[in-house]
Design a binder for this molecule. Sequence first.
Ligand code: FES
Ligand code: FES
Length: 213
Amino acid sequence: MTDNFTPDSAALPDGPAPQDGRRSFIKQATGLLGLALAPPLVSQAERLTAMSRKVEGVSEMRLKVNGTLRTIQAEPRVTLLDALRERLDLTGSKKGCDHGQCGACTVLVDGRRVNSCLTLAVMAQGKEITTVEGLAKGEELHPLQAAFIEHDGFQCGYCTPGQLMSGVACLKEGHAKTDADVREWMSGNLCRCGAYPNIVAAIRQVEQSGFKG
Ligand code: FES
Ligand code: FES
C-alpha cells in the first residue's frame, strides 16, 4: 500500500512540511528539466521559425502537366485543382464540391487518380500530372472520349472530365472487366444528371475493344 507514503515524508522526516518539500522538489526538478531541455527547445524553435519563413508566402513551383513543365507562383496552401484552373488556365478539371466528395476534379498523378481539390500543388512537383486536356492526341480523341460521345455518357458535362480521368485509370487498373466492377470502381465520381448507365457502357466498350490505356 502506498496511500500514506510520499518521497517528502520519507526523505525529510524533520524538515519542512511535506507540502513545502513537494513544492521545492517540483521547483528543483522543473529547473533541472528546463536546463536539460533548453538547448534543444531553442534550436527546435529556431528550426520551426526558419521553416515557417520558407513555407509562408508565394513561392515558385514547377509542375509537369500533360508532358510540359510549367512554372507557377503560388502559396504552399494552393490546391492542385486551383493551380491547374487558376494559374495554368487548364479549366477542364472541375470544382464540384471542393471537399473530395464528387470526383469532378479527378486528375492522374503518376498514373494514379487523385482528387485534385484535396491535393496540394506543392506535393505534385516532380510528378507526372495528366488532366483531361492531355487525353486527346491532337485532333484524335482518346478512345474513352470517343466512347462517351457514342454512348451519350454525359448531359450537362460538368462531371465528365472527372469521369473520363477515372475511367481511363479504371481501364489501366483492370477494374473494368464487368459492369459491376466499373460501377464499384467509378463510385467516387458522381453525376447529378444520372448518366451512369451510359458511362458504364462507354467504359465497358473500350475495355472489350482490348484497349488498356
Ligand atoms: S471538387 Fe474535388 S471531389 Fe468534388
Ligand atoms: S453529365 Fe451532368 S453531372 Fe454528369
